[in-house]
Design a protein. Structure first.
Length: 229
């Protein structure tokens, strides 16, 4: 356990580390996107809009980071107070992030849509493609657990702000994804799908940032000997 006199300095360095990590994530996201656009210009959409591209690879890496950090948060909660409701929330979040990583990397829901759901003609919204409702189902499931998740992130105001930003961006991405691209021109479709992937990248980067802040919150609490979770 660190000496109590050393804690202010340790906390200051941890705060600096948080900022550097979050700043690095967004710098990598922006620079990587610009690189993908530049190397295929004027066909900017090739590495950005389609599934199983370098863009979706980066998104899956960030989802993996979220899953791993959420699992570490779960272990820290357990270390401080045993396996309580907060630990269960983190465990479920880790599993959800891991599932979304697999979905992003292998285009799982797109394959299900194209191979099975599209033929059913089912639409949850009048303007969407037939069978293209899985992202809406994901969003609905997330809403069911939202109250419990917010309670966890409320322990760190900055983490809650990043989480709300991530939720808003994901909602925007799901909304953009719901529009039927078959009704658009090729140029409009490429621009819309590229924009959607960029919004999704910003969303998962924001989510990663929120989990990083919660992780450092638990680490600080554990070092100071306070039961803050």
């Amino acid at each position: 356990m660190p000496n109590e006199r050393d804690m202010p300095g340790i906390k200051a360095r941890l705060r600096l580390t948080e900022r550097l990590l979050i700043g690095s994530v967004f710098c990598i996201a922006v620079l990587f996107t610009l690189l993908l656009i530049a190397v295929k210009w004027p066909n900017y959409w090739i590495y950005v809009a389609a599934e199983q591209t370098p863009m979706t690879w980066l998104q899956s890496v960030l989802w993996f980071g979220c899953a791993l950090l959420a699992l570490i948060c779960c272990t820290l909660v357990y270390a401080q107070g045993g396996f309580r409701r907060e630990g269960v929330v983190w465990l479920l979040l880790s599993a959800a992030y891991a599932f979304l990583m697999i979905d992003e990397r292998f285009a799982f829901h797109e394959r299900v849509r194209d191979n099975w759901l599209k033929q059913t003609g089912i639409k949850l919204l009048p303007w969407e493609e037939a069978g293209d409702f899985i992202p809406l189902v994901y969003a609905f499931v997330a809403l069911l657990f939202l109250v419990h998740i917010v309670r966890v992130f409320r322990a760190r105001k900055a983490a809650l702000v990043w989480f709300i930003a991530a939720a808003a961006l994901f909602a925007l991405a799901v909304g953009m994804d719901s529009f039927a691209v078959s009704n658009m021109s090729k140029g409009a479709e490429r621009l819309e799908q590229s924009s959607e992937e960029i919004v999704e990248l910003l969303a998962v980067s924001s989510l990663f940032s929120s989990v990083v802040l919660m992780l450092f919150h638990y680490v600080t609490a554990l070092m100071s000997g306070k039961r803050e979770v």
